[in-house]
Design a protein around this ligand. Structure first.
Ligand code: ADP
Length: 378
């Protein structure tokens, strides 16, 4: 009985026509190419999403005016070494996470699609082509943008009265409404510092909900990681100078990756911000290099600050966790910065490791996958 069912299953799968009919029916666009990326198969969903019929595209290269994938900032991906299908064929590996790109519809408009790719092997294990699957996520992205606009408007509505209160407290403390006695001054200063805590909390909670609401729409842009880190370091120079700290940087001229620029900015500024915030004397250092042996990019953010007690190390990446030391708790924070940084880096198929010695400082090391060397020679 068991054997029968097994052989039925085999005969069904042995028939290529059955496979083709399954691929035709599924709602994601699926197309298969040879090694030169000439289209061999183009299913019905591809026709619906792009407007191109199978007869029009079969035998043509997908990069030749058909899909014209560009990243979310409009940079060309097709026919560059960043083409995911090309990378899958070179590396022999499928994509790990879907890539959000814009594809061309036959009528000229752009459709936002989420793309996954995989190489196709022959029986001896040699790569003979590739398969790309894509789905239209234009509506999902539009909804997320609406959510983002809503959150930004709440941010504005909540922050405006707080900023006004802060302005009036400034006037009170400056004596513009008459000289305050010691007790009145102390009360006004307490209101001022509590109001500031509230403002920070609103900022961070809104940042968190913005992060959550757009969790699924990771963009993939061709971007220069060295430039992003240089700008992130620069944005903290003023704060560091006020504390008497230096921020040293060891960054190459350029290092291109595919990534979500805004998300990575959020992750790096959280880490560099912490290095400055939790350091009272000495320095912070930010370095970036490509690992000479492994296919990895390594970013190190070091500081000579207060460090993290060993008991807290395993929890610091958890949401809202803060080290339970007097020194940490006297510094403003909400415990979401590392959670966000960790999530962003994981979405880029990377990881963060932390080492720390209380009283001596901390090192946060980020590993991100690099492009293969061979990939740059199409
Ligand atoms: P926040 O700084 O807002 O508290 P984070 O999520 O950025 O939140 O960090 C979580 C906790 O990890 C911090 O509260 C602090 O205890 C610890 N931490 C993070 N970075 C550093 C650092 N560079 N030096 C010392 N402690 C740190």
């Amino acid at each position: 009985m068991k054997e029968n069912r097994h052989s039925e299953k085999l005969s069904f799968l042995d028939n290529p026509a059955n496979f083709q009919s399954i691929l035709e029916q599924i709602t994601d666009g699926v197309y298969i190419t040879d090694k030169e990326r000439k289209i061999l198969f183009w299913n019905r969903a591809c026709e619906e999403i792009t407007g191109y019929l199978a007869d029009e595209v079969t035998g043509k290269r997908c990069a030749d005016g058909i899909l014209e994938h560009v990243d979310m900032s409009g940079n060309k991906i097709c026919s560059t070494d960043l083409c995911p299908l090309h990378r899958a064929m070179i590396t022999g590996k499928p994509s790990q996470t879907p890539l959000t790109v814009r594809a061309k519809h036959k009528d000229g408009r752009r459709v936002i699609v989420e793309v996954s790719v995989a190489p196709v092997f022959d029986i001896s294990g040699k790569v003979i082509g590739g398969v790309e699957m894509f789905r239209d996520v234009s509506r999902k992205i539009a909804l997320e943008e609406e959510k983002y606009r809503f959150i930004s408007s709440i941010n504005h509505d909540l922050k405006t009265p707080l900023t006004n209160m802060q302005g009036y407290l400034d006037l009170l403390l400056d004596g513009d409404a008459g000289e305050l006695n010691e007790v009145q001054k102390e009360f006004a200063e307490t209101i001022y510092s509590e109001e500031q805590k509230l403002a920070t909390l609103i900022d961070e909670l809104l940042e968190m909900s913005r992060f959550e609401s757009t969790e699924f729409s990771y963009e993939q842009n061709i971007m220069d990681l060295a430039d992003l880190l240089r700008k992130a370091v620069h944005s903290f120079r003023g704060e560091a100078q006020r504390k008497g700290l230096v921020i040293e940087e060891d960054l190459p001229q350029e290092l291109l990756i595919m990534g979500d620029r805004n998300r990575l900015w959020q992750a790096f500024t959280n880490l560099i911000g912490n290095a400055v915030k939790y350091t009272n004397e000495g320095k912070a250092e930010v370095s970036l290099y490509r690992h000479p042996l492994k296919n990895e990019i390594v970013i190190k953010i070091k500081d000579t600050g207060i460090g993290i007690p060993s008991d807290d190390m395993e929890n610091i990446f958890k949401m809202f966790y803060r080290a339970d030391s007097h020194e940490t708790l006297s510094i403003k924070g909400t415990g979401i910065g590392l959670y966000i940084a960790d999530s962003v880096i994981r979405r880029h198929e990377g990881r963060i490791e932390a080492e720390s010695t209380p009283g001596r400082g901390s090192v946060f090391t980020i590993y991100l996958p690099a492009l293969n060397n061979e990939e740059s020679s199409e």
